[in-house]
Design a protein around this ligand. Structure first.
Ligand code: SAH
Ligand code: SF4
Length: 391
């Protein structure tokens, strides 16, 4: 060894100060996972490879126990177990609808609960996940909007919903059997509780984990993020996530949208459309989904349908019509089937796909906008809801 070599601290053997309590490896980005391994004394030169191995165990094979990570030495596995955990949200209840839809109530730290819904279809299986407990926004037709925000979900809690569902569906591959890569859970929609773009970083990290090709490996075309229209974060979504985008549009005039989706008072229809016009190109995604909840006598006229077509001109779009899911105390009624059909026909004849969302899992209250946590005492009063709706 060169006698003149400077004396350096051997970072490989001196464990640094660790935060209290074991760290959950679920939800860490690859870089954070690597850094966590270095913190417990993993040589820097090896850390990237070790992170990759652990990543595959957690996200590709669905392993939770360090003891099963057989390509790591026994000693190293013991070190990992001493410092880390692989922890998922706890499933409190699981309901299965007569149509196969599954609804999970999962408990996260602090005793909060969020709902996760799995919707099987012939050509796909979609998991609807939540990004927040409650929502700060107050869309007047949305049940979640009647609940005050309790908190943002962490990346672990967001990606954990996918892991929990894959556990329940039993679709982790079996080592050695390459053909068992089934895809019961093929799509993810961020359409559960909360506004994903008000929890941007955590949603981004969780979705980047879900898209990582060495793990859950969902294509970004199979992930749809639904936003009420947080305009500044839309460009960031294109840059940093690149998934499909759905927008809770729901009205064709600012006057009506101000009431239904009050974030419209901050970023109005014009500002929203400007952001949406650049999204498909910026994110290299196909079409934007315009979600449109059908509310009797509020936003469902022929004139609304024609205005909608005018507004979205030039944007690659699909319009998803959602029959309003009524909830106790809701200030609106669902449009009639005839009205929904007439509205859909106008849009379809203008050259846009205009599917009407089929309610799924109705017997277990699994429909969009009906998800809620059990934190009943956080509810706003019926009077407050009516006031916000301008009724
Ligand atoms: N906060 C996000 C995502 C969650 S809501 C957003 O607003 O886009 C998912 C979808 O369900 C949104 O389009 C929302 O407007 C719609 N929705 C909410 N409550 C509903 C209800 N009671 N009936 C039908 N759709 C509803
Ligand atoms: Fe929040 Fe979306 Fe419900 Fe509006 S529709 S209150 S943004 S969850």
């Amino acid at each position: 060894m060169d006698a003149k070599a400077p004396i350096t601290q051997d970072v490989h053997t001196i464990p640094r100060k660790l935060p209290e309590g074991p760290i959950n490896l679920v939800g860490l980005t690859r870089e954070k996972l690597r850094a966590a391994l270095i913190e417990i004394g993993t040589p820097e030169k090896q850390a990237k490879m070790r992170a990759g191995q652990i990543w595959q165990w957690i996200y590709h094979w669905g392993v939770r126990d360090f003891g099963e990570m057989t390509n790591l030495s026994k000693d190293y596995r013991a070190t990992l177990a001493a410092h880390f955990v692989v922890a998922l949200p706890e499933v409190v209840t699981r309901q299965v609808s007569t149509d196969g839809t599954r609804k999970y109530l999962v408990r996260i730290a602090g005793g909060h609960e969020v709902e996760v819904v799995y919707i099987p279809e012939t050509d796909r299986g979609t998991l609807c996940i939540s990004s927040q407990v409650g929502c700060t926004l107050t869309c007047t037709f949305c049940h979640t909007g009647t609940q005050k925000l309790v908190r943002n979900l962490t990346p672990a809690e967001i990606v954990g919903q996918i892991l929990v569902a894959r556990d329940d569906l039993g679709e982790w591959p079996v080592p050695g059997d390459r053909n068992l890569e089934t895809r019961l859970l093929s799509n993810v929609v961020l359409m559960g509780m909360g506004e994903p773009l008000y929890n941007f970083e955590n949603v981004r990290d969780a979705m980047n984990i879900a898209m990582d090709p060495e793990g859950i490996s969902l294509s970004r075309r199979r992930i749809t993020l639904s936003t009420s229209g947080v305009v500044p974060e839309i460009a960031r979504t294109a840059d940093e996530i690149g998934c499909q985008l759905a927008v809770s549009f729901h009205a064709t005039t600012d006057e009506v949208r101000d009431v239904l989706v009050p974030i419209n008072k901050r970023w109005n229809i014009e500002a929203l459309l400007d952001a949406l016009r650049v999204y498909p190109k910026a994110s290299n995604s196909e079409r934007i989904t315009f979600e449109y909840v059908m509310l009797d006598g509020v936003n469902d006229s022929d004139a609304d349908a024609h205005r909608l077509i005018e507004l979205i001109k030039g944007i690659p779009a699909k319009i998803n019509l959602i029959p309003f899911n009524e909830w106790p105390g809701a200030p609106y009624k669902r449009s009639s089937n005839n009205r929904i059909r007439a509205f859909s026909d106008i849009i379809y004849n203008a050259g846009y796909a205009s599917p009407v969302r089929k309610p799924r899992g109705e017997d277990i209250m699994a429909a969009c906008g009906q998800l809620k946590s059990a934190t009943e005492r956080e509810r706003k009063s019926a009077r407050q809801i009516a006031q916000e709706a301008g009724l």
